[in-house]
Design a protein around this ligand. Sequence first.
Ligand code: ADP
Length: 484
Amino acid sequence: MPNRPPAQDDTAAQLAAITQARDVAVAANQAKTRFLMGLSHEIRTPLNAIHGYAQLLERGAAISPSEAGRIIRRSSEHLADLVEGLLDISRIESGVLKLNRETVALRSLLEQVAAMFRIEAGNKGLDFAYNVVPNLPVWVMADERRLRQVLINLLSNAIKYTETGSVTLNVRYRSMVAEIEVVDSGIGVAPEDMERIFLPFDRGGGRAAGVAPGIGLGLALSRMLSQVMGGDISVKSAPGQGSRFILKLLLPEPNSPPQDQTRGLPIGYDGQRRTILAVDDDPGQLALWQELLRPMGFNLFVAGSGGATLSLAELSRPDLVLLDVSMPGLNGWEVAQRLRDRFGRSIIILMASGNAAELVGAQARGLPETGLHDGFVLKPVDQNLLFEQLGRHLGLTWLFEGAATGPAAASALPEAARAHLAELARLARTGHIRSLSAALAALAAAVPAAQPLVQRLTAALDGFDLAQFQKLLDEQAQKNGETG
Ligand code: ADP
């Protein structure tokens, strides 16, 4: 083979490099043009709706004001989403997005999200399954709002792009990495769209646009967020065969579980008595609020309708209102508006709903978007989350059982725990950490009521503090002996 002179080689290489650089620049420019076109389309559609309905109202046209109001509100929410999404993307791209690093109750967060989407799926006639491995930590370090945002995006897409069949959430955990899989039996993604769908404003060339409305920002943002959270999102799919979105995230466990959370539910709070007004048209729900809140020492008033709320609020001057969203007559949002008009921000308003759809949009955007409410409570009520929210909004210091004798004070456990505790005591004397962890897992599985104790023991074990471990076991044995 004749050798080419070196000079010619150089020129060819330079030419190839220039061509490649040009292709990259052209592609970047095209992406920018697509982005701007997508953006203006996304802004124009809701703006047209707002403009059109505003003109109709101005002219006094025969349209229902509540219908016009609903469309204008939806359109402006859509615009607010868009602005939020764009700001997030630019924060990430310029590296100024600050992630919180907080202790997150991962299991309870996932359960809450699964509960929301079980209802959503049910409303659409889809089956919903949630599978989680037993070794998933109770607590991890993460940015809760961002984590929830990504989960909500993947799950709402799965439901949005599935007409029949099922949506499944699978969660696994191995050496600090959580693998969260959202599987659906929906329209699927074409091979040529696999990467495109992760670009801003790109909804793929497939059927998505005909199936459901969307901005095409959710996946772009979710992927970027998952990358800053030390992970990524990938997808496996084929048209008509459903999709499997896989979110991997680095979610390390904290060194020890947060103090307050290891003590179970509070029994009351410190300081001045607070007043809560609970509003619901369902007497069963009102009875539940009474059962949950009265024993905690709240001054509780209940109203069975939106109409009764205002006068009762006037009389009782509550610190906080728990307000059902959907009620006949005045609905929760209308009542919230009147409460704000009358009392300003001196009252904390938590909206309660069993319908995830009413919460998803606002949650995904980050609360609160309208200023009408301070937070949401999802029904059925998760007591831990409820008390966490009440504590945060009312600035309460919760009291726990046995607090006078220190946070670690134990309560008696069922008989089934006895053999496990004896085994733990035996292993503690040998100091064999691995066997101790296995025995703790066995206790947690066999006796759910032992969860708080298991958490405290695990914390001691994680810190190799066998003296503390022994002390906790002794305290427990004493408690069981006293009452058992
Ligand atoms: P949007 O849903 O607003 O269009 P996303 O960024 O969340 O925006 O999704 C981008 C595109 O990815 C969608 O338009 C759709 O084509 C595709 N997609 C996302 N999730 C799914 C899914 N579960 N099944 C099929 N296609 C999906």
